[in-house]
Design a protein around this ligand. Structure first.
Ligand SMILES: [Zn+2]
Length: 178
């Protein structure tokens, strides 16, 4: 189940906004319902986000026309923290990458080494140990974990088993990475 409201509200209202807090509380209530039910004894539930989010300020806008010769480009497309600039034919060897932040109060898509870009991960159920905190894992580590607890043989992937095995009660790797 994908719950997009936290992401949308974060973009529009900012990471420290009351609206985002309310959205997080709504999702938390859903998670609490799961935790309070008997389902936790029978079903593995993984609760995660696919990214973090950082505040942006409309005072940090870069005016593209002040740093790019507009006669060299055909189009500009804003896509989150990055802006795509399409050069005219024959001008492709003059690329520029600029941070472009327009109507949103928060964004993701920055360097994933930034702590603000980290997501959350929590799991509960018969295959997972309880009361355990593990070091940060990478998004590519999740796939093998889901395959393991659902008994699905994984396709080749970039996850590292050592990153997730300590979470599992039975942590020998049933499915070998290909
Ligand atoms: Zn988003």
């Amino acid at each position: 189940m994908m719950y997009a409201d936290v992401d949308v509200t974060g973009h529009l209202s900012g990471v420290n906004s009351q609206k985002l807090n309310e959205s997080i509380i709504q999702v938390s209530r859903l998670f609490e319902l799961i935790l309070d039910s008997n389902i936790r004894e029978e079903v593995n539930v993984v609760f995660l986000s696919d990214h973090g989010m950082a505040s942006v300020s409309d005072t940090n806008i870069i005016n593209i026309t002040s740093v790019v010769d507009m006669s060299l480009i055909t189009d500009i497309m804003e896509a989150g923290p990055l802006t795509y600039i399409y050069p005219r034919s024959g001008k492709e060897n003059e690329p520029k990458t600029l941070k472009g932040l327009l109507q949103f109060k928060a964004h993701h898509g920055y360097d994933n080494a930034e702590k603000d870009m980290r997501g959350i991960f929590s799991a509960i159920g018969p295959d997972f140990k309880t009361q355990l905190t593990v070091p940060p894992i990478k998004m590519v580590d999740v796939y093998q974990l889901i395959c393991h607890v659902t008994g699905i043989h994984p396709n080749p992937h970039n996850g590292t088993w050592a990153h997730v095995q300590s979470m599992l009660r039975d942590n020998h790797q049933v499915h070998v990475d290909l």
